[in-house]
Design a protein around this ligand. Structure first.
Ligand code: TMP
Length: 202
């Protein structure tokens, strides 16, 4: 059975670590797993990612920013996610539609991004969205230790607080599809909870 799982959350919440642990666990259980990410996990997407995140790139207006993420997503769905699901794989993506609703919708104060995203994805919704929730002051400090901040990470703390609140609102509105976890918990404990929930889906 093909399953589509998205990981969402702010900067430095540990998505990469948890995705790696989940993929290892799934493969150990004999599943074929496609780990992927947005923006940028396709040849076209890599170009779009540079336009969006290079701190030296030209100014990007908020609506253009939302449309560039949606363009990356449309191409990602069609060329990466849907083929893997059709092959019966478990697809685990690092970020999906909710990132646009939180970063552009709330962070940039651009309501209405749901419509372009429903169109861009042709209505493809994850079976499960894992939201790793963390105080952005803590997450940004973690992200800063890892590497120089990109264009979005460099936005204000208020921007990142609005992003966090928007993710939590999305999860509250559809609790059956979300697993919300305190990303400050030990990574092994988080991994175990994620495995329990994903195990129930398979
Ligand atoms: P990453 O750090 O997870 O690779 O994501 C790149 C940045 O892009 C991150 O700061 C979040 C931001 N982003 C959006 O603003 N909107 C989106 O739709 C996506 C997918 C990411």
């Amino acid at each position: 059975m093909s399953v589509f799982i998205a990981f969402e959350g702010g900067e430095g919440v540990g998505k990469t670590t948890q995705i790696g642990l989940l993929a290892d666990w799934l493969r150990g259980a004999g599943r074929t797993v496609r780990v992927t990410f947005e923006p940028g996990d396709s040849p076209l997407g890599a170009h779009i990612r540079r336009l969006l995140l290079d701190p030296d790139s030209a100014e990007v207006s908020p609506r253009a920013e939302a449309l560039l993420y949606a363009a990356d997503r449309a191409h990602h769905v069609e060329t990466v996610i849907l083929p893997a699901l059709a092959a019966g794989e478990v697809v685990v993506t690092d970020r999906y539609v909710d990132s646009t609703l939180a970063y552009q919708g709330a962070g940039r104060d651009l309501p209405g991004a749901e419509r372009i995203n429903a169109w861009a994805t042709n209505g493809l919704v994850p079976h499960l969205t894992v939201l790793l929730d963390l105080d952005p002051a803590v997450g940004l400090a973690r992200a800063r230790r890892r590497a120089a901040l990109d264009r979005l990470e460099g936005a204000s703390l208020d921007f990142h607080r609005a992003v966090r609140a928007a993710f939590l609102r999305l999860a509250e509105a559809d609790p059956a599809r979300y697993l919300v976890l305190d990303a400050g918990a030990p990574p092994e404990a988080l991994a175990q909870r994620i495995q329990e929930v994903v195990g129930g889906l398979l």
